[in-house]
Write a protein that binds this ligand. Structure first.
Ligand SMILES: Cc1ncc(COP(=O)(O)O)c(C=O)c1O
Length: 359
């Protein structure tokens, strides 16, 4: 450790990302990527991109892409800020709205990057456990207010359970907390369209709400690092004009993001297939004795049948070239989070699980 590190940095652990592998035959069901490739229009935009354009700096605020995102959501450019994926959006929100020594609030469990970002900011973290059915407990708002959370982050649909919180609940929370509410909608694209709503629908009435979106999951672009925030223009402004890196989105990402978001037909077809496979995989796992809460995301949180050890199954699957996610925490240690793959990947997973648990 260097003597020059700030004490809060010296004392903290870094974020531990899900295992990444680039081995060809691995079936990767551990970090919730979309199993389908990005739109052919993204590939075409990449081929058309002239490297000569890289000689000069990119448009600093990614305005063409902001306009496309705004039009997609029925908002104005001023409601949108493009970020270096969801993770930068979170870092910016924390830097901008939570003072060192201030409090960041969320549920437990939640996205494990939140506590890491809060430590970098030298802020405190206040968490409240989700109910047994993964819903937000009634006392959540009061608890956040009591701890004076300057920023409260909710994941909806929730990770790692897939539970979807109703818009009315989110609105009540937004109305009654004193700080900013950030709703992390990294997985919203996979919600059944009959339930489709987004916290963005609250932006016309709430000035303390931010919505996080990412191209990593729904648009199959986790490797690009592109996301965005939606919010009241006054909330977006300090991040856009003060705390953001001057050229946070490179020119290639701006061009590819534009191609991706304007090809809704393609993206939506991948979401439909993921939903279909979510049902197929959930039913098959349930026949094998696994139970999972209803998920509106692109993963299932599967509780092991009796006698099956989650960590052991995770390791045995890994030895067969199938990666799923195991969290060694008290509430999650008897479960595996499984990303929905293609039909072939899910069948390969099921075949391996059958072999391993019936031995
Ligand atoms: C809940 C949640 N929010 C945000 C992100 C950020 O994703 P990205 O930085 O790839 O946009 C993730 C990634 O796994 C996530 O699970």
């Amino acid at each position: 450790m260097s003597q020059f590190e700030r004490p809060n940095i010296a004392a903290m652990q870094g974020y531990s990302s899900g295992e990444q592998t680039w081995k060809k035959n691995t079936i990767k069901l551990n970090t919730n990527e979309n199993p389908f490739p990005a739109s052919a229009k993204v590939q075409a935009a990449l081929m058309e991109f002239a490297t000569a354009e890289l000689r000069v700096y990119p448009q600093p605020t990614a305005d063409k892409l902001r306009d496309a995102i705004a039009s997609h959501h029925g908002l104005t450019r001023d409601h949108v800020m493009v970020t270096h994926a969801g993770d930068e959006a979170l870092r910016l929100a924390i830097t901008t709205f939570v003072e060192p020594g201030g409090t960041l609030g969320t549920t437990d469990p939640s996205y494990s990057l939140y506590p890491v970002l809060s430590k970098i900011q030298d802020a405190k973290m206040h968490t409240l456990a989700l109910a047994d059915n993964w819903s937000i407990p009634g006392e959540f708002t009061e608890s956040m207010a009591k701890h004076n959370a300057q920023l409260t982050c909710l994941v909806n649909p929730h990770a790692p359970s897939g539970h979807l919180t109703r818009l009315e609940t989110i609105e009540t929370i937004a109305q009654n907390i004193s700080g900013v509410l950030l709703v992390d909608e990294a997985y919203i694209d996979f919600v059944d369209p009959s339930l489709a709503y987004s916290t963005k629908d609250l932006l016309s009435v709430r000035d303390n709400v931010l919505v996080l979106r990412t191209f990593s999951k729904g648009y199959s672009l986790a490797g690009l690092r592109l996301g965005y925030l939606l919010g009241d223009p006054e909330l977006i402004k300090p991040m856009l004009e003060k705390t953001r890196d001057s050229y946070n989105i490179d020119g290639i990402s701006q061009a590819l993001g534009l191609a991706a978001i304007t090809d809704q037909a393609y993206a939506q077809e991948t979401w439909r297939q993921v939903r279909e496979q979510r049902q197929v995989l959930g039913d098959a796992l349930s026949k094998l004795g696994f139970s999972s809460p209803h998920s509106e995301a692109n993963f299932l949180l599967a509780t092991m049948p009796e006698q099956i050890d989650a960590e052991g199954l995770y390791e045995a699957l890994k030895a067969k070239g199938i990666l799923v996610r195991y969290f060694p925490t008290p509430r999650l240690k008897d479960k595996l989070r499984i990303t929905i793959g293609t039909a072939e990947q899910n069948q390969a997973l099921l075949t391996s699980i059958r072999q391993l648990i019936t031995r």
